[in-house]
Design a protein around this ligand. Structure first.
Ligand code: PEP
Ligand code: MN
Length: 343
């Protein structure tokens, strides 16, 4: 961090700033600017959070030059992280596919979806048992009953399970039945929940908040990692913009940004990212081409009858066709050594 003083700042003002920095256990270094003095802060910037530096007399403004997140940062962990979830590697050479219905609706529906998902070659079955719905009158999920159906589908197909946890009380049952705990977009900055999943001992997939910057998203990952859980997977699922044609604007540039800033794996969700089933395939191909570590997609045995998000769910036929393309594309990229993230 550097602190830029006003051109009129007195020696007393500068000494006050130095004192505040030293009181926080950090070192201050004075630099001469063309017209202003600049005070550099050396040491762990997180110690500065208790100092309202911009409010001190003589301070014009301060600029952060190192990142507030550390455990999630590539600066502190240059090697890309590969997370092993019950034998499936996330962040390795092959894209990982998580597919299934938006919500668990019945045992029959989950088992039918699991068969389709497995046939296409996905490694994970997704499906919400606790649904964070915009309206309190919409279907809220089958809760523990839904978790049991997912576990039964795992038993029958060998697919791993990923499902969302929405409350601190929900962590225990979800961790019991699921291989990965999903934190949804609406809870990305629910810091109490993040801290608790940081202690649950299971991998966590953290979806990007509806209006979150990449910096806020990586800081949210830091909350989980700071509690001792290194197994965090990020998921880009679109952000709110002025565009209304799509449900969200899928920010594929976030994949390249996250790969530069962080060592954590990143998955792309073109279902929630677009809200339109027709757009899932082109965005899935684009996500793989730009270096995503995998995809999360909604697949339903009968999207027209889905209790939630039917319009952004693939039919079996469309899903299988998409998966055929994804496999060919990632194989081609591997064989041709086409890594978009090497420059
Ligand atoms: C979901 O994946 O079921 C979901 C609710 O997604 P998001 O949190 O991205 O809206
Ligand atoms: Mn959904």
């Amino acid at each position: 961090m550097v602190i830029i003083m006003n051109p009129e700042a007195t020696l007393e003002n500068i000494n006050g700033v130095i004192q505040a920095i030293e009181n926080a256990g950090l070192e201050a270094k004075i630099m001469e600017g063309a017209q202003q003095k600049i005070v550099g802060v050396i040491g762990d910037k997180t110690k500065m959070v208790t100092v309202a530096i911009d409010a001190l007399p003589g301070v014009d403004h301060s600029v952060s030059i190192s990142k507030s997140y550390k455990l999630a940062s590539r600066e502190f962990h240059p090697q890309s992280t590969v997370i092993n979830v019950a034998g499936v590697k996330i962040g390795g050479d092959e894209p990982v596919i998580m597919a299934g219905p938006c919500a668990v609706e019945s045992l029959e529906q989950v088992l039918a979806a699991a068969e389709i998902v497995k046939k296409g070659g996905a490694q994970f079955l997704r499906g919400g048992a606790y649904k964070p719905r915009t309206s309190p009158y919409s279907f809220q999920g089958l809760e523990v009953e839904g978790l049991k159906y997912l576990a039964e589908a795992r038993e029958k197909t060998g697919l791993k399970i990923i499902t969302e946890v929405t409350t601190v009380e929900g962590i225990e049952p979800v961790a019991e039945y699921s291989d990965i705990l999903q934190i949804g977009a609406r809870n990305m900055q629910n810091f109490g929940l993040l801290k608790e999943v940081g202690k649950c001992g299971k991998p966590v997939m953290l979806k990007r908040g509806l209006a979150a910057t990449i910096d806020e998203w990586l800081n949210a990952a830091e909350y989980i990692m700071n509690e001792g859980n290194p197994d965090v997977i990020l998921c880009e699922r679109g952000i709110r913009t002025y565009e209304t044609y799509t449900r969200n604007t899928l920010d594929l540039s976030a994949v390249a940004a996250v790969k530069h800033l962080s060592h954590l794996p990143i998955i792309v969700d073109p279902s929630h990212g677009t809200g339109k089933w027709r757009m899932i395939k082109p965005m899935a191909f684009a996500a793989i081409a730009c270096g995503a570590d995998g995809l999360m997609m909604e697949v339903h045995p009968n999207p027209a009858k889905a209790l939630s998000d039917g319009s952004q769910s693939l039919t079996a036929e469309n899903y299988l066709e998409l998966m055929d393309g994804v496999k060919k594309l990632s194989k081609f990229m591997r064989e041709e050594n086409l890594n978009p993230l090497t420059i």
